[in-house]
Write a protein that binds this ligand. Sequence first.
Ligand code: HEM
Length: 486
Amino acid sequence: MTDTSTASAESVPLAPRAWPLLGHALPLLRDPLAFIMSLSGYREMVRVRLGPSSAVMICDPDLTRQVFLNDRTFDKGGPIYDRIREVIGDGLSTCAYPLHRRQRRLCQPSFHPTRLAGYGAVFARAAAAKAGSWRDGDVLDVTQEMMTLTTRATMETMFSGALPAETMQRCLADTAVIVSAFFRRMMTPALLRRLPTRQKRRYDDARTRLAATIAEIIAERRADPTDHADLLSTLVAAVDEESEDGRRQLNDAELADEALTFFLGGMETTAITLAWALHLLATNPDVQHRLKAETDRVLAGKKLDPAHLPSLGLASRVVTETLRLYPPAWMMTRVVREDAELGGVRFKGGSTIVLSPYLLHRRADLYDEPDRFDPDRWLDAQPDRATYIPFGAGARKCIGDQFALTEAILALTAIVERWELTPVGDQPFQPKVETSLSSRGLRLRLTERRPSGAGDAERSAAAPLSASVQPSTQPGAAACPVKHGK
Ligand code: HEM
């Protein structure tokens, strides 16, 4: 029976400045963030048109949460997911509701807190090696540097240290090609996407090679299934006890999809978060100064270690605040699977819903001085699960949230311990809106903090990473001081 007390989605107000045929395509392409923020005056929802199709953007935190929590009705799907599936298949982040619960059960053990402590040791070593590879006075391409750091650390934690240097280099290069081409392909109409251009060939080759490399690694691991204490070992061993025979495991194709999902999904988001955090520190020298003081007090001349995490309160708040101001997943979409009601509005099956952490995180009625970088706003406040959503929420919440936070806090600490960061030029740096809220093109100048010679031990740590991840003997030792509740 139809509920006559609810309004139809067509009655949701249309955002202003829609052009006759194009709808809001021009302002969205010209300056997507300004367009999204221009909608913040709508308290509940607003309709946006792109050519002939329209989507409803949810502006209210409680309605956003209802969408996240009802993942059976508000499911993943639609053209954006079709593009993502081209690369990572039907892995955990792209699969639709009917497949999701089982995949999540199989992947969850890979992110168990007992594993995180071991991953933390890899992150600390990788960050010290990266910080040790720079020279006084260098001007860094920050995003590029953070991408190589997180790619390396992700490779190490996923496939342990046993990867030959040549394989590692190949994966790094292929990943860079895929990530840089991805957004362009998402925005290009299907017909043009199929044209055999040089860029398309590079992208296809990189995708095929990366998939083949991962298939090779999986085949080797199947032949030697001992626990390497990395993500892949846990995925290979995972058993779905709730399956019909209680013994269902991931097959090779599923394993490859999940490995690619973790690899590509995890390293770019974390790299961007780190780049923005460094930018915010460079432009807020008082916070940078306090962070250096915290680093000195906590490390007290010792090597950075995941056991330091609970004492790195300011570093943790800097990461929390960075993710508020620059959530890499600035926008997410859902498709309505069957007719449904939300906030007194009837949505037909097939409608598209847009959610935006960027919009919620910068609403003046939810945050005091929302555009100001103020890590201390988190001093006595835990992030609210409706208004702070850099990792999403509900059953589809980021499975790698603690992994990413651990990596980011340790990396920031390792960098600030050794380097002072200052902006290059006096122009404010603006995000590039791509699949993520990209920091591409960000450059910062480095000044070494210590007298020369004092850091030789760490500089020698710039050698390639090789030791494998060790499982933790202290469950929860790497537990992050930031808690994002469900
Ligand atoms: C700062 C870093 C990160 C951010 C901001 C981030 C953000 C997000 C967000 C917003 C979602 C939910 C998307 C949606 O509901 O549409 C998500 C899902 C996901 N993330 Fe992350 N992520 C980060 C790091 C990572 C890492 C390090 C990994 C893996 C190693 C990872 C793996 C995943 C996976 C597999 C999903 C899908 C979960 C599911 O559907 O059950 N992410 N992430």
